[in-house]
Write a protein of this length. Structure first.
Ligand SMILES: [Fe+2]
Ligand SMILES: [Fe+2]
Length: 131
């Protein structure tokens, strides 16, 4: 269970809430389907994750454009690569590949932790230094 500790805290409430929501969805994926709070089948949880990731990235990209973030392109490319990876997981899962929910959840979680603490935090540092 991932909590948003200091290293993952941007201090921007909407962004932090969206990150927390993503971690909650990953936790759902790790929970057996019969024990899930929302009792959704795995394919639907994966679908929700995909949609929520798209929404979060759009929101964040809009935010970066508004503040004129200079490293926008590199950040946006990281988002796009992750979306692509995610689609691959969806396809593989759909076609009965060897990945378990647990594998997918762990990968997503690890990626998001690294992305927030590295790439998202750079936006925060930029904003703090330009205040
Ligand atoms: Fe990001
Ligand atoms: Fe983010």
């Amino acid at each position: 269970m991932i909590e948003l500790g200091p290293a993952l805290h941007t201090g921007y409430t909407e962004i932090d809430n969206q990150h927390q929501r993503l971690f909650d969805l990953f936790n759902q994926l790790k929970t057996p389907a019969s024990e899930r709070a929302e009792l959704l089948p795995t394919s639907q949880v994966l679908q929700q994750i995909s949609e929520y990731i798209d929404a979060h990235f759009s929101f964040e990209e809009q935010w970066m454009r508004e503040v004129g973030y200079p490293d926008y392109d590199a950040h946006q490319r990281e988002h796009a690569a992750f979306v692509e990876q995610n689609l691959q997981f969806l396809r593989e899962y759909h076609f009965g590949g060897s990945l378990t929910e647990e594998d997918i959840a762990r990968y997503l979680e690890r990626w998001l932790v690294q992305h927030i603490s590295g790439t998202d935090m750079k936006v925060v540092q930029y904003l703090q230094s330009s205040d």
